[in-house]
Every structure is written in C-alpha cells, then in structure tokens.
Design a protein around this ligand. Structure first.
Ligand SMILES: NC(=O)c1ccc[n+]([C@@H]2O[C@H](COP(=O)([O-])OP(=O)(O)OC[C@H]3O[C@@H](n4cnc5c(N)ncnc54)[C@H](O)[C@@H]3O)[C@@H](O)[C@H]2O)c1
Length: 267
C-alpha cells in the first residue's frame, strides 16, 4: 500500500474524458494532468476541447483534443481506440459529457426524449463498452460515470434528465460487479448544483451574455438549499474524480460519490 500522496500520482497513466471542453470535464482534465496523467479529451465543441488541451500542454503536460459526438458509437470507439493506439493504454475513462433537460412529462416529444437518452445515457453506455474492450485485456482500469443529484431529489420537469442519470447509476453498479473480477473499478458521481455552463440559463440575458448579478442570485438561491450554504464548483467534482481514479480508492467500486453540499444524504 502506497502513502496517500503517492497514491494520487497518475504519472504514466492515460485518461480519456468526454465533455473535456467545459465545466466538470475541463476541470477533471486539468486536475488529472496536474498529477501526471496524459489526457485525451473528446467534446462536440472542438474549439473548447482544443483550448483545454492547449492549457495542459502549456503547463508541461500531454494532451490531445478529439472532436467527438458522444451520441455516435463509432466516434466514442474512435476516441478510446485512438488513445490506445497512440499511447498504448487507457487507464481511466471518464464519461462526463451531458446536457440538462427541463420539461413536464406530458410535454416531452419523442425526438426530445431520444435526444436526452442519446446524450446522457447511450453515450455513457458506449463509453463503458469501449473502455472495457481495451481495459479487460490489461486487467486494470478505472471508469467514471457522471450521474446527478437529480436521482436523489425528484422534482417537476426533471423526469427525463433524472431517468437518464438514474440509469447511469445503475449501469455503474452493474458494470462494477462485472468488471471487478477483471481488475477494473467503476464508480459514479452524483453532483449537486455545480456552477458551470450547464446552468447558464440561470444567469444569462436573452443574448446569452453572463450577467454577474444573475450569477450571484443563482448562487444565493441554490446555495441556500445546501447545508454547506453554497453551490459547487467544477473543481469540487474533479477532486472527487481524482480520488476515485487514484490508487487511494483501490478498494472502492460501484459507489456513487455525492459532491452536493449535503443537499441529499442517502445511506
Ligand atoms: N452542472 C451541474 O449542476 C451538474 C449537476 C449534476 C450533474 N451534472 C453532469 O455533469 C456533466 C458535465 O456537465 P457540466 O456541468 O460540466 O456542463 P458543461 O455544459 O459545462 O459541460 C458539458 C460538456 O459536454 C459537451 N457535450 C454536450 N453534448 C455533447 C455531445 N453530444 N458529444 C460530446 N460532447 C458533448 C459540451 O460541449 C460541454 O463541453 C453532465 O453529464 C451533467 O449532466 C452537472
């Protein structure tokens, strides 16, 4: 057993992260790179993921940016297989890309339902499958899926989003059972309200410009719901991901970590 500081060292490991262009995915890419991991980031926003990769490279790390639509199985496969081909291994797979959805059940169209299932759930399933294919032969690896606090606090308009995230949690637990004997750990995070572009609709004007007073109002309103009296930052989630993929969590699998300020406290 290594000491805790050494346990966080990811030198020589390769992390594939979807959604690496913004928010939680970007913070995770920068955090894992800072402790030595090589990052292969995929995002549908090519310029954004390129900017993440450049930030890592400028700081002395190694990173690649790959334009990836996670709703397309072939593109998720190519993201993972490309990392394996270039760097010879994939140690960490972070299925992070996702979008919000708010609509009452009776107002949801078929197209909309398909879209949210594709981006938030099928993408994660594709990422797990692609990762398992390259990790199983090596007998090691870490898979991280992003669920949501929405699985703990049902609320009007959150049915579609919450269903996808509950399914992600169940996928995580089931795959953890299958992958554990192969030396692969699978965990999820269920973040509470995190201040990223995901929540932009709360603090922008009609033209999409961020309004500082609206940001403060958003932080105050949602922060008041948490015992810790604040909303989360992307770094709060990235720190949890770092723990889960590190050797310090080598006895942890099938778990749902909740960086949520204490909003929900399931057993
Ligand atoms: N922010 C929150 O309050 C919160 C809370 C709980 C869970 N989450 C989850 O965290 C994850 C990350 O969200 P975030 O807060 O960092 O949001 P974000 O909007 O800052 O980042 C999401 C990233 O995913 C990318 N993306 C969207 N659709 C994609 C697609 N089809 N293919 C590839 N990339 C795509 C976006 O371009 C963006 O870079 C999501 O799964 C979200 O559901 C967020």
């Amino acid at each position: 057993m290594t000491n805790a500081v050494a346990g966080y060292d990811l030198t020589g490991r390769v992390a594939v992260l979807t959604g690496a262009g913004s928010g939680i995915g970007k913070a995770t890419a920068l955090t894992l790179a800072a402790v030595g991991a090589t990052i292969v980031g995929g995002d549908i926003d090519e310029a954004a993921v390129q900017a993440t990769a450049e930030e890592i490279t400028a700081a002395g790390g190694t990173a690649r940016a790959v334009s990836t639509d996670v709703t397309q199985r072939a593109q998720v496969d190519a993201l993972v297989d490309g990392a394996q081909a270039e760097f010879g291994r994939v140690d960490i797979m972070g299925n992070i890309a996702g979008i919000p959805h708010n609509k009452m059940v009776m107002d949801v169209s078929d197209d909309e339902f398909e879209r949210i299932l594709s981006i938030n759930l099928k993408s994660c399933f594709y990422g797990c499958q692609a990762a398992m294919r390259v990790m199983a032969p090596r007998g090691s690896g870490n898979i991280i899926n992003i669920s949501s606090g929405a699985i703990d606090t049902p609320a009007p308009t959150l049915a579609c989003y919450g269903m996808t995230k509950a399914a992600v949690a169940m996928l995580t637990k089931t795959l953890a059972c299958e992958a554990g004997p192969l030396g692969i750990r699978v965990n999820a995070l269920a973040p509470g309200v995190i201040h990223t572009n995901f929540s932009r609709h709360n603090f922008v004007d009609e033209d999409g410009n961020v309004i500082p007073e609206k940001v403060e109002g958003y932080k105050k309103r949602f922060g008041a719901m948490a015992p810790l009296r604040r909303v989360g930052e992307a770094q709060d989630v990235a720190n949890g991901i770092l723990y889960l993929v590190s050797d310090n969590a080598s006895f942890v699998t099938g778990q749902i970590l909740r960086p949520n300020g204490g909003v929900a406290m399931p057993w």
